[in-house]
Design a protein around this ligand. Sequence first.
Ligand code: ATP
Ligand code: MG
Length: 403
Amino acid sequence: MNYDRILIRYGEISTKGRNRNKFVEKLKRSIQRAIVDYPNAKVQGKRERMHIVLNGDNGDEIIQRIKGIFGISSLSPAVKTSNEIEEMKEAALKLFQRVYTEGSTFKISARRADKTYFLDTNELNQTFGAHLLKNIPGLKVDVKKPDINLQIEVREEGTYLSCENIPGAGGLPIGSSGKAMLMLSGGIDSPVSGFLSMKRGLELEAVHFFSPPFTSERSKQKVIELAEKLSYANGGYFTLHIVPFTAIQQLIQKQVPENYTMTTTRRLMLRITDALREKFGGLAIVTGESLGQVASQTIESMYAINDVTNTPILRPLITMDKTDIIKIAQDIDTHDISIQPYEDCCTVFVPSSPKTKPKKEKVQYYESFVDFEPLIMEAVEGTETIQISPKKEQEADSLDELF
Ligand code: ATP
Ligand code: MG
């Protein structure tokens, strides 16, 4: 290999003023976790950018591993040399040959951060341009739209060279926006919603409502598979809370008029999720709702359901069309799991004609005949918590397609 480090640019982090150190620290930790099995590579986080010094580890593999990590705007294979001109020229040529294909045009972008260096920017550009032209027959310069831009930065401690710019996943490092609970069903929408909120730096824990024997082990397995897919984006781990929901759903069927059962079900799911949020930490709840998609997602339904909590409910998909949501689900590889035909607790108990415009006062009135609180506490107590991590092969290759 002809590079000894990977240079990582932050993008949006660099605009975050005083929080920057925290952002850099979170990103550094995500990267360290992703490459933990590369024992020699060392991550050096600086305010402006980050370097992974390879110390002999495989840089191409490491780039595949990390390019899906949120908070990286772009990355470049790079090499550090001394400021001795012959060494710099040799390294530049080697690095360039890594990406050069016949007919490619190029330019040199030199920067002299060390103002005492004996060549100025123009002289650096000319020296390296001439060196490449002499060694690669047929090579052409194009200063406006080059295929390859060889960047050379001369600093006091040494010179950094790079000529590839690989796009990163963008977004903010996981955890830098705090923590929230994701209501994860087995459907198409909520995994996409989770992914998008992780991209903005939210670390998530998932909550899934499960109603055996009306919903099968297989439907639970499906949610576990979705969580596995999402765990990479969450920083390499994901906590999934599985809430036993059968007793509550049966009581709702008994107590609440049929056309209001859906509204009450959603209200109780939200109360339980909120209790779990309180127990495990977190400041928001994320759902996969999209305005007008189904009866529970009309604005009137949201008003009646949201009534049970003041916790911020984040709905990243609220304005999105189903076709656009499906496209993202395919990109992040959750779509094919989501469309497996296993029942969800909400579809099993779905009333024939749920209210599309429920009244808050009415639903409060129907619920006032039952004390749901002990049942909510029981559900929280009975919740099974599973720690999920990415499948090995997923870490290695599917993220190639993902980002
Ligand atoms: P999805 O595709 O995410 O299932 P959907 O379009 O099928 O969404 P609903 O079934 O009405 O819509 O669910 C709306 C939201 O409520 C979901 O996106 C999810 O956040 C939450 N939700 C629904 N069912 C469950 C469940 N069994 N466990 C946890 N959350 C759920
Ligand atoms: Mg659903």
